[in-house]
Write a new protein. Structure first.
Length: 78
């Protein structure tokens, strides 16, 4: 099992643990390009963007124009 030892190796490893965070996407893209694994960029980053966009479109087509959660009515119907 590989263990990151240097500060830079640990930072790089940390990026991939949190690949889903938007702030890590550019660094992950650069790292994957530098090691010749451009095929993984689409798998990790691009698919998430497509999925989010699809969910947003679905929510709008259901009548929820803002794309967020709808409020539940309280006891008084408000």
């Amino acid at each position: 099992v590989y263990t990151a030892k240097s500060k830079n190796e640990k930072r790089q490893q940390h990026l991939f643990f949190f690949w889903h965070k938007r702030e890590n996407h550019n660094d992950i893209r650069e790292k994957l390009e530098s090691i010749g694994r451009e095929d993984l960029i689409e798998k990790l980053i691009e698919e998430k963007k497509k999925h989010h966009k699809q969910e947003f479109i679905k929510s709008r087509s259901r009548g929820n124009k803002k794309g967020g959660k709808q409020r539940k009515k309280g006891r008084n119907g408000r």
